[in-house]
Design a protein around this ligand. Structure first.
Ligand code: G3P
Length: 217
């Protein structure tokens, strides 16, 4: 499985998001690897409407249907057709209690991907949580062009996979090569969470095909 985080890259605004989501859909159909775009809540509805595909958003808030203003409601997201959301991405961190509350208050079948930065975090506040998936991303490696979570933290990937089993683990930060994908899968990860290698590529489709192909080799 590949989650492509569109972040707030300008090329992923509006029509850009739609074009990139189309690429995710096409490559997924071609390679048979599940690829889910992780998009801004502002673009999610249009993508779902036009492409009828699975979409995650980058953040949801801890909010109910009552009197809150300007928050992203998991209930509303699900009603709009969004399948799930990242929670606590290291570029959008929230308090541990808030993470737990979001998990508790999210509607049934709304998929939650909780991001953690370290094994220490897994040992402390994230030890008893039961999201749909955990994404392990050491924040200092995000966007790195030479090193990745797979080259620098293989032993932590393995420990996190064991700790949370049977919850599927995704890994991210600096991933850009087939070798990164292969190592991650070999260590027990279910997939990758990726951004810059795809988002800043002059040919995102080619990049995605390269990474998706590594799932079957
Ligand atoms: O959410 C994915 C992201 O934080 C990893 O970013 O650019 O290192 O693939 P990147």
């Amino acid at each position: 499985m590949i989650l492509v985080n569109f972040k707030n890259y300008k090329q992923s605004f509006g029509q850009g998001a739609l074009n990139l989501a189309k690429i995710c859909k096409r490559v997924s159909e071609k390679t048979k690897v599940e690829i889910v775009p992780v998009v801004s809540a502002l673009d999610a509805v249009q993508i779902i409407k036009e492409l009828s595909m699975k979409v995650y958003i980058q953040h949801v808030d801890d909010c109910t249907e009552r009197t809150t203003t300007g928050f992203i409601s998991p209930i509303q997201a699900q009603e709009a057709g969004v399948s799930g959301s990242l929670i606590n991405h290291s570029e959008h961190q929230i308090k541990p209690g808030t993470v737990k509350s979001i998990l508790k208050n999210s509607p049934k079948n709304f998929e939650s991907i909780v991001c953690i930065k370290s094994f220490g975090q897994a040992e402390k506040w994230a030890k008893n949580i039961k999201p749909s998936m955990i994404a392990y991303e050491p924040s200092y490696l995000i966007g790195n062009k030479e090193k990745s979570v797979a080259t620098e933290k293989p032993e932590v990937i393995e420990k996190i996979v064991k700790k949370y089993a049977p919850i599927p683990i995704l890994v991210g930060a600096g991933i850009r090569s087939e070798e990164d994908v292969k190592v991650s899968l070999k260590l027990g990860a279910k997939g990758i969470l990726i951004s810059s290698a795809v988002m800043t590529s002059s040919d995102p489709e080619k990049e995605l095909i390269k990474l998706a192909t590594a799932f079957s080799v």
